[in-house]
Design a protein around this ligand. Structure first.
Ligand code: GTP
Ligand code: MG
Length: 600
């Protein structure tokens, strides 16, 4: 498995074991031909890495020499990675050569015994106390930090500047992916947070396993995305061997699917025994009960659930499809971001789409004959062997081929379209999709008849009787349809390179001029008010209308007048662009209708 991380000009492809290093200049898209490794191998590799790692809070980046010198008295160190959390606190993730090494270091840890009310807890999160008495000289023997400030998220204005300077729209899509995707340290920390729970819960659950799933591992995650975790168990062959005659007594517990009561317990443990865990919220009535918490040392928002293995297998499936068509990842990252900017997705759940069904939309599009980048899931199922059998909760069959090398090579990747072309085709495809009558099935790889009248029907690939977008309202589905048409229109009539909002930029920021953008920035959320928020659908965008709407949103008259001027010039530009030509007349007509309806 490789982790891609990038500087501005070049990409380093770094395998976990550092055995080879490939330098790729000016990569055009994210396809890197390689022999496939399995998801389980990658997860196992990451778990091992976490089992020999420790996160140490330090005073600053310059604590490196002292920390290295101190720890290397007890154990051999592979690497030390530095990062800061949003509170400005400094941490170093130390990866030791082996788990035995880490155990030696942990033996040397102590409790901060000044406060007698505290009973300390052993976990892989510790802090580095200043030396007492005479200071010993500790050095790093010429070693350097593997990474400094390693989880800093790129600032929006820097990202936009870089996107502005790209040569092509494909480069923009690739750059967005490379600059925002979850990096190596981000991934290590997520496995450390999982490891922490595993260590703390292990006295209560034999063979406990806490496993990340969702966008952390499915290949579509970005820096800062939430961390979905499953509390489950690993039944090794050793543990279930018939020859072993002394068997642990067990405690059965009511709670049905999702184990709400286990989550109650986990909630209490998180509050009382897990250092760094804060703001614990229990959501126990949901179909899959979860406990949400913030992990302050790593700045992660975590959702912990119990034994929801289908979620993990779903993540594995998405990861596999991303391996077969790496361009899917770059496309999905852009589509997810576009959807957030267009207000189609929200940070909280509701009657709108979420990132998961959006990702399925991208994958489904890439299965279509004109894209021919991905096979239908049914092919992965038919290629599965005995070793691929997986049964999740409630006897759910999650069997599909795990070794992708077994797939016929002609069943995927049969298309050289660049990212720009694929993105345009994606929006065009959904502009014309018959959402009223058809359901999206990545199992079949084609649209099927909708079994009911829910506005958006995306078949759950692992539980085909379910619709993963059952929550989406008619209004939200309609908004999705309008926005894909707007996006297709934008790409079709793309402003010249370097113009305001050219290429992918126009999809990633609100369609407002910079001054108006500043003006409309509301509250602390830093989210922009869209033009659409200024009008009801039946409103005419008269200058008076704009003025009165703006008055309700901003404070001073000067701000209102500046906004009105900006809006007027936007309206003139839009009127001019109404005359633009479309290759596809159906899209053109629809877009014209939408634009006349003042929804843009
Ligand atoms: P972000 O958190 O928004 O970055 O994306 P995500 O892919 O992690 O989505 P989310 O946190 O909402 O869900 C986590 C994972 O749960 C998804 O990746 C899926 O694997 C799984 N999942 C989400 N919704 C459903 C659903 O309706 N049915 C099933 N079976 N699994 C789901
Ligand atoms: Mg998630």
């Amino acid at each position: 498995m490789s982790v891609l991380f990038q500087t501005r000009k070049c990409l380093f492809k770094k395998p976990f074991n550092n055995t080879f290093c490939k330098y790729v200049f000016l990569r055009k898209n994210s396809d890197v031909p390689r022999k496939f490794v399995t998801f389980d191998e990658i997860v196992a590799q990451r778990r091992l890495e976490a089992q020999r790692s420790l996160v140490v809070q330090v005073n600053s980046e310059s604590s490196f020499n002292e920390l290295y010198g101190y720890c290397s008295k007890y154990a051999s160190i592979n690497d030390i990675h530095h990062y800061k959390n949003s509170g400005g606190e400094n941490f170093m993730l130390i990866e030791f050569e082996s788990e035995e090494n880490l155990k030696e270091v942990l033996k040397s840890c102590c409790s901060h015994n000044k406060d007698h009310d505290l009973i300390s807890v052993q976990s892989p999160f510790v802090w580095f106390r200043a030396a007492a008495g005479k200071k010993e000289k500790l050095v790093a023997n010429g070693k350097n930090l593997a990474v400094k400030n390693g989880i800093e998220i790129i600032k929006e204005d820097v990202l936009y500047e870089e996107l502005m300077n790209c040569e092509t729209v494909s480069d923009q899509i690739q750059l967005l992916y490379d600059r925002t995707t979850l990096n190596d340290l981000g991934m290590r920390l997520r496995y450390m947070v999982a490891r922490q729970l595993e260590v703390i819960f292990s006295s209560l659950y034999t063979n406990v396993r806490v496993q990340p799933f969702g966008s952390t591992v499915n290949g579509f995650g970005r820096m800062g995305c939430d961390l979905d975790l499953i509390l489950t168990n690993t039944l090794t062959e050793e543990m279930t061997a018939a020859g072993r005659r002394l068997v642990f007594q067990e405690k059965r517990c009511e709670g049905g699917r999702g184990g709400a009561r286990h989550m109650e317990l986990a909630g209490a443990l998180l509050e009382l025994r897990v250092p760094g865990a804060a703001r614990v919220v229990r959501v126990l009535n949901a179909r899959v009960p979860i406990v949400k918490y913030a992990h302050d040392y790593t700045d992660l928002h975590c959702d912990l659930c119990y034994n929801n293995l289908s979620g993990a297998y779903m993540s594995e499936l998405l990861w596999q499809l991303g391996e077969l068509a790496p361009r899917a990842r770059a496309l999905a990252v852009l589509v997810r971001r576009w959807a957030a900017r267009a207000g189609l997705t929200q940070p909280h759940p509701g009657r709108w789409v979420t990132n998961f069904p959006l990702t399925l939309l991208v994958l489904f599009f890439l299965q279509q004959s004109h894209a021919h980048l991905l096979p239908p899931l049914n092919l992965l199922v038919s290629c599965a062997g005995k070793e691929d059998t997986r049964i999740a909760e409630e006897n759910l069959k999650c069997t599909f081929v795990r070794d992708l090398n077994k797939l016929p090579p002609e069943s995927y990747g049969q298309n050289d379209d660049d990212l720009q072309t694929l993105l345009f085709k994606f929006f065009e495809f959904y502009s014309q999709f018959d959402f009223e009558n058809k359901a999206i099935s990545i199992n079949e790889g084609r649209a099927i008849r909708k079994p009911n009248s829910l506005p958006l029907y995306i078949v759950n690939p692992l539980e085909q009787s379910l619709n993963v977008s059952r929550n989406v309202s008619h209004e939200e589905c309609e908004r999705l349809r309008l926005e894909v048409r707007n996006a297709a229109w934008h790409l079709e009539s793309c402003p010249a390179r370097s113009a305001e909002g050219w290429g992918a930029l126009g999809l990633l920021e609100r369609r407002a001029a910079p001054q108006l953008r500043r003006l409309l920035r509301l509250g602390t959320s830093h989210r922009l008010v869209s033009m659409r928020d200024l009008f009801r659908e039946d409103d005419e965008p008269s200058v008076e209308g704009v003025r009165s709407k703006l008055r309700t949103l901003v404070k001073t008259d000067t701000e209102v007048e500046t906004g009105v001027k900006e809006m007027k010039s936007e309206m003139v530009k839009e009127k001019r662009s109404d005359r633009m030509k479309f290759k596809n007349t159906q899209t053109a007509n629809e877009v014209y209708r939408i634009r006349r309806g003042k929804i843009v």
